[in-house]
Design a binder for this molecule. Structure first.
Ligand SMILES: [Zn+2]
Length: 395
């Protein structure tokens, strides 16, 4: 029997190569006269997209208040931008990677009330529900990774202290513009680490406790799109590379929908505090933890009497087959999956977590702060020992 579930609203999603050229006119058509634009710093250089966009919006008689974000946003940065925004702003446009979109999403939620984001931040803030109006948030991702454009949370961090979510269904984007042509100028190592984050989110939300038939369908589609995309970037023709950019961008947005509605698992449970205490790219952390955590989950499920265990093992086996396993027995298929995930990390995210300062002796802050949030969706509760072993393997 299908368990009870619900799916939140979805933004209006547009997908198309070169769609960015229609963006300014579409904003004007919606009647906005004053907008806040938050973009990555690189995009505001002369000749880059945000620089062009500001001129295009101004040509449509739209007043633009522009801000840039580089690196993961802090609560202080969000509050600072909110205070600097004009009171007549009617919409927030976010153009950039996951950090930019998270900052823009938070700002859109806070401009009408001009309250501090610390009132709402989970775990470290007051955790109050967001009430009252928010501004429409219009998102145009320029990387394919976190899926922030389709999630309802903004991840904010203070390095050395915390990495936590500001979460509300009111923060969902109203419009999402997916233009894979941005990926054609994205450095390949960034495509790989961000893409591995998206893949991890798809795999975790497919196997999480809160997965439902709709998120399963979307996660499966995302993992299918992801298959072969990195190889095409390495050796494909121009047409094959263009296809891969589109597949990666869509897979990332699908991962946002699935994680917002089904949650994640132990990889993200550990990646949160890892990102809070170490300056390590989120995608690289996910990539290195994915194989050891999947192995720990499979071993725990095989030893478990929980009624849902066989169904989750069957899902892992299905992913193994999707990624080319031709083994006849489930244990062999599951081993093929682990081997495949190890190969994926070794090829496309070759630096272990020790590269970012983690050692076997400084993992305690991660282990002490990993039991809330994403960890709660993991198919089974993993012991501290199992989590520590997974982190050690990822070093
Ligand atoms: Zn992630």
């Amino acid at each position: 029997m299908i368990a009870d579930f619900q799916i939140a609203n979805l933004p209006k999603i547009r997908f198309g190569w070169g769609l960015r050229d229609q963006f300014a006119a579409a904003i004007a058509e919606q009647g906005f006269q004053s907008v806040v634009l938050i973009s990555g710093r690189f995009l505001t250089r002369p000749g880059e997209y945000a620089d062009d966009l500001i001129r295009q919006l101004q040509a449509e008689n739209i007043r633009v208040s522009a801000f840039t974000v580089s690196g993961e946003p802090s609560p202080e940065l969000v509050d600072e931008i909110v205070q600097a925004c004009p009171s007549n702003a009617q919409a927030v446009l976010g153009v950039g990677g996951g950090s930019v979109l998270d900052a823009a999403k938070a700002v859109a939620g806070l401009i009408p009330s001009r309250t501090s984001v610390m009132n709402y931040l989970e775990g470290v803030g007051q955790g109050l529900p967001l009430e009252g109006d928010t501004l429409p948030f219009i998102a145009m991702p320029t990387t394919a990774g976190t899926g922030s454009e389709t999630t309802k949370n903004a991840v904010l961090s203070r390095l050395g202290e915390f990495k936590k979510s500001f979460r509300s269904e009111k923060l969902l984007a109203r419009d999402v513009w997916l233009d894979p042509s941005f990926l054609a100028t994205c450095p390949k190592h960034l495509l790989y680490t961000t893409g591995l984050d998206a893949f991890t989110q798809l795999l975790e939300s497919y196997t999480t406790l809160k997965a439902n038939p709709i998120t399963d369908a979307l996660a499966w589609q995302g993992m299918t799109l992801f298959k072969g995309a990195f190889e095409a970037l390495e050796t494909g023709s121009e047409t094959e590379r263009q296809t891969a950019y589109g597949n990666l961008m869509l897979a990332a947005s699908l991962s946002g929908i699935t994680l917002a509605n089904a949650g994640l698992g132990a990889v993200h449970g550990l990646a949160g505090p890892t990102g809070a205490f170490f300056e390590a790219p989120h995608g690289a952390v996910c990539a290195r933890l994915l194989a050891p955590i999947t192995q720990a989950n499979i071993e725990a499920l095989q030893a478990s009497n929980e009624p849902h265990a066989p169904a989750v093992l069957a899902k892992y086996a299905a992913i193994a087959i999707l990624y080319g396993s031709s083994a006849d027995s489930q244990p062999e298929q599951l081993q093929d999956l682990i081997d495949n995930l190890n190969r994926l990390a070794a090829t496309y995210s070759p630096d272990g977590l020790s590269h970012y300062g983690l050692t076997k002796d400084n993992l305690d802050p991660i282990l002490q702060n990993c039991r809330s949030g994403s960890m709660l969706g993991n198919p089974l509760t993993l012991s501290d020992q199992a989590l520590k072993e997974a982190l050690n393997t990822a070093l």
